[in-house]
Design a protein around this ligand. Structure first.
Ligand SMILES: [Cu+2]
Length: 135
């Protein structure tokens, strides 16, 4: 009986520790969880800048067209901004992971980017290439 009691106590402590770890308050870059990607360049460049951007879980990315009149779009597998040459497009990311997108007008080989959601230390799965995501 004595042993069982001890085991129960340990289990209770472990459960408490787990729920404590669940707190999703992770540091964010901007403070408000909003990040901006510039679409194109004023001289007509075919780029997203930055190419890869990190946001916290549930963070929102704003794409801001500054393309010198060149039409681009932001296409994800689950939706697109539509082709345009000015304005903005916003998307919120409730799931951790790496999400790639591209400009359908110019093609993924020419114009693509990615959004990395969640500040995972990423030991498992994906990650891989040491592309410095930090500015
Ligand atoms: Cu484009």
């Amino acid at each position: 009986m004595r042993h069982l009691h001890l085991i129960l106590a340990v289990a209770a402590v472990a459960a408490l520790a787990c729920s404590g770890d669940d707190n999703p308050s992770s540091p964010t870059d901007g403070g408000d969880g909003t990040s901006t990607v510039t679409v194109g360049t004023p001289t007509g460049g075919l780029v997203f800048s930055p190419t890869s951007i990190n946001v916290p879980l549930n963070g929102t990315v704003t794409w801001n067209w500054n393309s010198g009149g060149v039409v681009h779009d932001v296409t994800f597998p689950d939706g697109s901004s539509g082709s345009k040459s000015s304005g903005t497009f916003q998307k919120t990311f409730p799931t951790a992971g790496t999400f790639t997108y591209f400009c359908k007008v110019h093609g993924a080989a020419v114009m693509s980017g990615s959004v990395v959601v969640g500040s995972s230390t990423g030991g498992t799965g994906g990650g891989g290439g040491g592309g410095g995501a930090y500015p």
